[in-house]
Design a protein around this ligand. Structure first.
Ligand code: SF4
Length: 95
């Protein structure tokens, strides 16, 4: 039996992107002031967060695994996160 890499496992998931509404919003000023911005970028296993050219935190919410890690590292008031609306988000195919 072949052992799959993390990238191969993630590629098996199905993502249904809500093109009208992001389920993640970063309070840019508060996130930078508290260090949350750096933690978000470092901790997200799906690389949802990154530094944009203008110095803000870019959010590629379509890749979110809905793991909740970012909620654990964000200071209060820096991040708004909720599950995607019904029918949207990730569908895991490998358990
Ligand atoms: S819930 Fe997980 S995958 Fe989604 S943005 Fe937060 S850390 Fe990244």
């Amino acid at each position: 039996m072949k052992t799959l890499t993390t990238t191969e496992l993630l590629a098996r998931n199905r993502y249904v992107t809500d093109e009208e509404e992001s389920h993640i919003t970063v309070n840019q000023e508060a996130a930078k002031a508290t260090g949350t911005a750096e933690r978000l970028i470092r901790c997200c296993p799906a690389d949802v967060y990154s530094w944009a050219a203008d110095g803000t935190v870019a959010v590629e919410y379509a890749a979110c695994l809905e793991c909740g890690t970012c909620l654990a590292v964000a200071d209060p008031g820096t991040l708004s996160w909720h599950y995607p609306r019904g029918g949207f988000g990730i569908q895991f195919r490998e358990g």
